[in-house]
Design a protein around this ligand. Structure first.
Ligand code: LLP
Length: 434
């Protein structure tokens, strides 16, 4: 994965840096990000889409992981940004991210968030529902602007992924349905509004999808709908946003299509569908998160308690767990791990890696084969760059690990580790309790 290698003395390295030394110097648990891998993934998307379909734009879905430095890297690589809250927008603005490349998502943007984005002058809102449409129209009027929008629709497709991250079906909290007529009704409503301009449509069928056919199916439904919109309302949808990117292989037995294959099938399907419907080609936008930053990130832990339950299982506890990676508990997500200081040793025992929280569900990896593992060893879980730090918490009073950016010549904090004092930085002790 990325620039990961095993040194001659059997130690895992990222971007040429010895991870035992990194653990000693920067402490554990620790998120590390391989800068080259992030940049390579950004370029792979940009180049693949430019090659197959020049009228396209790739946005990075901030929800996977955002910090001021990450926003700078995304900008340097020429991608736009998808934000889903005033908080993510704030980080983007602090990073001086170009506002004309920011798209605002979300199924319940508050009036404050909408006004913040209107003030900033972002490119576009992805409007989720009729209530939001009216609200945005009213607030855009107050700001004296006509705001470009995309409408989020659900194409009625159930993708093969965990039900918590499926989003394209009609029964969804996101978007308005193509199949039940709500999407068309909403578009007719937009025609009556003066302060919003409908530029195109958005759909997202879910996250961690490997089956390229699901994306192709969604495109066919969307293009049929684009045609229906034109016939029914006379409006031409100039942009089609296809939502998140492809899935990533968290474990060795998963095989993922390449970014280039994904771009090829998406663009081919659009071209063929437009040709058969005799329609102009729309601009296409995609907004990958996981496949930009997921494989670029790993988490390093130190092993503490090791406990053999006779004839049942060996539990190996690390100094982090569900507060820094909720995905196994939330989605039964699977991960690979490696003992950093024994990277060249034989996999000789099956163990279960647990976190340090007071929860039986705080298990990072069940039954994984590793070299003989002992307290003090350094363990790395791979592919934690997306939705790891972003979904972290302070559960059990655990401080969030920092994020260290590694490149060939540099080691930089891009998010500092939290301190125990940070845990009480918003606490207030009322006078009467002193
Ligand atoms: N665009 C929209 C509208 C989305 O809802 C999402 C993800 C993305 C883009 C980015 O999708 P990606 O390329 O990362 O697959 N916390 C979950 C994932 C939830 C994703 C929600 N939306 C996880 O850890 O798997």
């Amino acid at each position: 994965q990325g620039t990961m290698e095993v040194s001659q003395d059997g130690i895992l390295e990222v971007a040429g840096h010895n991870l035992v030394d990194i653990a000693e110097e920067y402490g554990t648990p620790l998120y590390i990000l391989d800068e080259k891998e992030i940049r390579d993934n950004c370029r792979a998307y940009r180049e693949a889409f430019e090659k197959w379909y020049p009228n396209s734009e790739t946005l990075y879905a901030s929800k996977a992981f955002l910090s001021v430095a990450m926003a700078r890297i995304i900008d340097q690589e020429g991608l736009g940004l998808d934000v889903v809250s005033g908080g993510e927008l704030h980080v983007a603005l602090e990073a001086d991210f170009p506002v004309e490349k920011i798209y605002f998502h979300g199924n319940n943007k508050t009036p404050d968030e909408i006004e913040m984005a209107l003030d900033a002058g972002i490119k576009s809102f992805v409007v989720d529902n009729q209530y939001e449409l009216e609200l945005l129209n009213q607030l855009a009027g107050k700001h004296g602007v006509v705001q470009d929008i995309l409408l989020r629709v659900t194409p009625g497709i159930e993708a093969h992924t965990h039900s918590y991250i499926q989003t394209g079906q009609t029964d969804s909290k996101f978007g308005v349905g193509v199949q039940n007529g709500l999407a068309l009704e909403t578009i007719k409503q937009v025609k009556e509004l003066k302060n919003v301009k409908l530029v195109g449509l958005h759909c997202h069928i879910g996250s961690q999808i490997f089956k390229l056919k699901s994306f192709a199916k969604a495109i066919e439904v969307m293009m049929d709908f684009v045609e229906e919109v034109k016939e029914e309302t006379g409006l031409v949808m100039e942009e089609l946003n296809l939502g998140g990117g492809i899935g990533i292989p968290y474990t060795e037995d998963e095989e993922k299509p390449s970014i280039d294959q994904y771009a090829e099938i998406v663009t081919k399907t659009i071209k063929e569908t437009c040709e058969s419907l005799d329609m102009p080609l729309p601009k296409i936008i995609n907004e990958p998160g996981r496949s930009i930053v997921g494989t670029a990130g790993s988490t390093i832990y130190r092993v503490g308690s090791v406990k053999q339950i006779p004839n049942i299982r060996k539990y190996v506890a690390v100094d982090g767990g569900m507060p820094d990676n909720i995905r196994p508990a939330l989605y039964d997500a699977e991960y690979e791990a490696c003992v950093v200081n024994k990277a060249d040793q034989e996999l000789e025992e099956t163990v279960t890696i647990t976190g340090k929280c007071c929860e039986s569900g705080d298990i990072l990896i069940k039954d994984i084969k590793l070299p003989h593992i002992e307290p003090g060893d350094i363990l790395l879980t791979s592919c934690t760059g997306a939705y790891g730090y972003a979904m972290s918490s302070n559960y059990n009073g655990v401080t969030r690990p920092g994020v260290l950016l590694l490149s060939e010549n540099n080691i930089d904090w891009i998010v500092k580790p939290e301190s125990k004092q940070d845990l009480i930085s918003n606490d207030v002790l009322p006078e009467r309790l002193k």
